[in-house]
Design a binder for this molecule. Structure first.
Ligand code: 3PG
Length: 210
């Protein structure tokens, strides 16, 4: 279901919010622009409440938790409605918890050894993070040529400028990022800007993934 949705719209916006109401407005704006798969990063005290509000109230959205660093955080995230888990790094406990609960998990990797460790843990999808600083699309192409069958979600430094470069790589399942939810616009209540960024990303993705 998640893979199928990502195939249609391979862009995952990050939501970092202090207030469930703002989180819901942000998600509504993203959905209005065509983005339904949302990653709420666990980087604020209210992140779990924001996650729960989206899981319960944002109809049509599929919400996951990002910046999950431990098994206990993964458990909490699931209790609050997370349908998938994203981590900046590769942690065996988080991966094994998700595998045991049949939850899609995207742990962060950069190096060939990390990709190989993920592969040996049985993973076939990982996050490539931080994508921009770790060699960008050329590095991802090099990794993909060796680890055939591994899918990647580049995140970290992805923007309108390089989205198409990443999405043009066949092993890329989706790109994630915070460029779609700029704090400045959200704080100013300018949710229209979020919808515009989402629509632009959907358009760019469609140009590459015809
Ligand atoms: C993440 O949690 O994946 C990163 O913060 C995303 O990086 P970005 O802010 O550069 O999109």
């Amino acid at each position: 279901m998640l893979a199928e949705k990502l195939n249609n719209t391979p862009v995952v916006p990050l939501v970092q919010a202090d207030d469930p109401e703002v989180a819901l407005k942000t998600v509504a704006a993203l959905q209005a622009g065509g983005l339904d798969i949302i990653e709420v990063v666990l980087r604020t005290d209210a992140a779990l409440s924001c996650l729960e509000a989206i899981a319960k109230e944002a109809s049509g959205a599929i919400v996951g938790a990002g910046t999950v660093l431990s098994e206990s955080q993964a458990k909490e995230a699931v209790k609050h409605g997370a349908k998938f888990i994203v981590s900046p790094g590769l942690n065996d406990d988080v991966v094994k918890f998700c595998q045991a609960h049949k939850l899609e998990v995207f742990p962060g990797v950069v190096t060939p050894s990390e990709v190989q460790r993920a592969w040996n843990l049985g993973l076939r999808t990982v996050k490539f993070f931080p994508a921009g600083l770790s060699g960008g699309a050329p590095m991802l192409k090099a990794l993909s040529s060796v680890f055939r069958g591994m899918k990647f979600m580049p995140t970290g430094g992805v923007s309108t400028d390089n989205l198409k470069d990443f999405l043009a790589i066949p092993s890329v399942i989706a790109c994630g990022g915070s460029w779609l939810t700029p704090a400045k616009e959200i704080e100013a209540g300018n949710f229209g800007a979020v919808t515009e960024l989402a629509s632009e990303a959907v358009k760019l993705a469609a140009e590459v993934r015809k």
